[in-house]
Design a binder for this molecule. Structure first.
Ligand code: PMP
Length: 363
């Protein structure tokens, strides 16, 4: 029995040799590795969530609203920009939203393009849907060069283009002109992954404003970050109603449970409270950037709830040194950089202290 392993199963050839994606889930005092929101739901929100779940509990013998109509209307209201429920779609985390996009617009014989370093699930979801992947490098400052992007799109004619703004793991937000240039040049769909949208600095725009002029543009969002609901698994997108119609072809019936719909709807009612904590996190992020710069580290400007910093000859040693001191960050991005998620002030003090202890600072 124990002799039998994964390699003995008739797994698809293109999946052989792959390893599952995922950051280590270690039990550490300070976890700053997965860009979660450090603030747990307030007692008031937790109570409202429990009430909402109790309300749907008595109807769990029935399938949920397959179209998640109320939730989509609430999400559209939150996004603004005159969006209606027919322009919004929701699923179990934005990863599932992205997977559905790939299932509709990708597939064998089709290709997707991205600008790396970026969110590594983009090429992974692309791969598992049997779609080809073309990676273009970002500039030295992690920006996307519009001219180079347009040239590559014109040459490769990808079916899907991924733009991540703010980008993970660099924190870089894209100017609207770059997104517009890409949307104009792309023959297929353009997905702007805005998982970290709410953490943008003042004056950095969202791609939502471009939707009316670009019917093949898709903006994906999540409640995992700003709404502090990573455990609830709720991602969504805004796009032309035709795109939402297309997604119906691949979504599983009743994919979004009644519990998920109720929890997400309730969290949205607490948007003001939750976005207040986001403001705090943005300030904490800006303080962290300043502190890291002040101590001689190189930082990528961040519009997200994390910071990419370096540069280290041996980043693994720094990562391990921090972990030894109870602080878990992420070894990701270009080889000499590390990424740290913005946590509570206490967590950030622990991070700062551990980092100085490990590196002695850079000055
Ligand atoms: N997009 C980006 C850029 C991300 O960093 C993440 C999560 N790390 C996601 C999408 C997926 O988030 P979720 O599935 O929790 O919505």
């Amino acid at each position: 029995m124990s002799e039998f392993g994964l390699e003995d199963l008739p797994v698809r050839d293109d999946l052989r040799g792959r390893t599952p994606y995922g950051a280590p889930q270690l039990d550490v005092p300070v976890a700053l590795n997965t860009n979660e929101n450090p603030y747990a739901p307030s007692p008031r929100l937790a109570e409202a969530l429990a009430r909402a779940v109790a309300d749907v509990a008595i109807g769990l013998n029935r399938y949920p609203d397959r179209d998640a109509t109320r939730l989509r209307a609430a999400l559209a209201g939150y996004l603004g920009h005159g969006l209606g429920a027919d322009q919004v779609w929701a699923a179990n985390g934005s990863n599932e939203v992205l997977q559905q996009i790939l299932q509709v617009f990708g597939g064998p014989g089709r290709t997707a393009m991205g600008f790396e370093p970026s969110y590594s699930m983009h090429p992974i979801i692309t791969g598992v849907t049997n779609t080809g992947w073309t990676a273009l490098p970002r500039a030295h400052d992690f920006a996307v060069d519009a001219e180079a992007a347009v040239a590559a799109i014109t040459a490769n004619r990808p079916d899907i283009v991924f733009l991540t703004s703010p980008n993970n793991p660099t924190g870089t937000a894209l100017p609207l002109e770059v997104i517009e240039a890409v949307a104009h040049a792309a023959p297929g769909v353009v997905v702007v992954d805005e998982a970290y949208a709410e953490f943008r600095r003042e004056g950095t725009p969202s791609a939502l404003s471009l939707l009316p002029a670009h019917p093949r543009l898709i903006v994906s969002r999540t409640m995992s970050k700003a709404f502090a609901m990573a455990g609830a698994r709720l991602g969504y997108l805004a796009a032309h109603p035709a795109v939402v119609d297309a997604l119906q072809l691949v979504r599983l019936p009743y994919h979004l449970s009644a519990v998920s719909q109720a929890v997400a709807g309730t969290a949205l009612e607490f948007a003001d409270e939750l976005l207040g904590a986001v403001k705090q996190l943005r300030e904490e992020r800006d303080d962290l950037v300043e502190w890291l710069r002040g101590h001689g580290f190189t930082i990528a400007d961040s519009d997200a709830n994390f910071v990419l910093f370096g540069e280290f000859d041996d980043r693994r040693a720094v990562w391990q040194g921090l972990l030894d001191r109870g602080v878990l960050i992420r070894e990701t991005g270009p080889p000499q950089w590390l990424r740290v998620t913005v946590g509570t002030p206490e967590e950030m003090s622990a991070f700062r202290e551990a980092l100085l202890d490990v590196t002695g600072g850079r000055r």
